[in-house]
Design a protein around this ligand. Structure first.
Ligand code: SAM
Ligand code: SF4
Length: 326
């Protein structure tokens, strides 16, 4: 299926994934407001515009008061989950982030997802105890060689170890990959999908790689949407009830990207709720910030497909036929 050039065959796969999605998780689309609270990062991932060696990026770290105000705004807009995302920023120590999580939970009661990179088990534990519910940490690729090459000084084994530790601590765990990384072959993508199933993730983000001009991969070709949608659809078919976002990156490659993803197995959208003055500086890849891409347009997109915005906290639903998770 990944290598087929036959558009009808691909469309049939998307329809199958859409049926599996409908049966396993229904027509509701979960919205998770993403707050990019710091673009400071000690890592040097070769694909990412936030890498520490990108000296042209203006760095910011939101103050606690600004973060709380933004989270309150998320709640006022009716969203049930906030995703706190950042580079690997050591200023947010175990205790600082724990205090922030406690405050957010007490003041808003929102479901809290963390996406702050690879940290120690003691930190994951403390944040869970303070009220964090979910953690997003993409495996990025299941090829150990590619991983080591793209994330200097880090290994896939460590990343997978973190994912297992997070699961053990009781988080809902999200992983995912990038499609179209330079040096990635179809075998690697097949292994990604197999690993998604084996590790039974609660969420999986499948998005295209988009080159950033201030990175060593500036000249690389971007991932393509049809292949990304096929990986997404196959992920839906094999994992069934996992929550799968229609990624922002899919919408960057094609204005219809998120609509197409929602029709190929996706059931989550993560609207960006970062204050405008910071948003343009959270430039993981170019084109990420588009005017007019607010919550209203996301809600319109969902209704136009005859689907509805979920009012629940959006935990992974048990399968209707087995009572089991997967
Ligand atoms: N620092 C945390 C981490 O790496 O897990 C969270 C923030 S990081 C910017 C979030 C995700 O952005 C990564 O997991 C990666 O998949 C994605 N990303 C980074 N550079 C990208 C690129 N050039 N194209 C597409 N996605 C990219
Ligand atoms: Fe830092 Fe995450 Fe970007 Fe890597 S992907 S450079 S860890 S923000």
């Amino acid at each position: 299926m990944l290598s087929t050039r036959d558009e009808e065959e691909a469309e049939a796969l998307f329809r199958t994934a859409d049926r599996v999605r409908q049966r396993a998780v229904g027509d509701e689309v979960h919205l998770r407001g993403i707050l990019e609270f710091s673009n400071i990062c000690v890592q040097d991932c070769r694909y990412c515009g936030l890498r520490k060696d990108n000296h042209r990026l203006r760095r910011y770290r939101m103050a606690e008061g600004e973060i709380i105000a933004s989270v309150r705004e998320v709640k006022a807009q009716g969203l049930r989950t906030v995703v706190l995302q950042s580079g690997e920023d050591p200023w947010f120590t175990k205790d600082r982030l724990s205090d922030l999580i406690l405050r957010i939970k007490e003041e808003t009661g929102l479901t809290i997802t963390l996406s702050v990179g690879e940290r120690s088990e003691a930190e994951y534990r403390s944040w869970k105890e303070s009220g964090a519910d979910r953690y997003l940490l993409k495996q990025e690729t299941s090829s150990a060689g590619l991983f080591a090459n793209l994330r200097p000084g880090r290994t896939l084994a460590e990343r997978l170890q973190s994912l297992k530790a997070l699961r053990k601590l009781g988080y809902e765990v999200g992983s995912g990959n990038m499609v179209g990384l330079p040096g990635q072959g179809e075998e690697d993508l097949i292994r990604d999908i197999q690993l998604f199933r084996e590790l039974d993730f609660d969420m999986i983000g499948v998005g295209p790689f988009i080159p950033h001009p201030q990175t060593p991969l500036a000249q690389a070709a971007p991932g393509n949407l049809p292949l990304t949608l096929k990986v997404l659809a196959l992920t839906r078919v094999v994992t069934r009830n996992t929550n799968l976002p229609a990624t922002t990156a899919a919408g960057v490659l094609d204005p219809e990207g998120r609509r197409k993803a929602l029709l190929a197995g996706a059931n989550v959208i993560m609207p960006d709720i970062t204050p405008q003055k910071y948003r343009e500086h959270y430039e993981i890849y170019p084109g990420k910030t588009k005017p007019g891409e607010g919550l209203d347009s996301v809600v319109r997109l969902i209704s136009s497909l005859g689907r509805k915005v979920s009012q629940s906290p959006g935990y992974r639903r048990p399968l209707p036929d087995s009572g089991k998770r997967n």
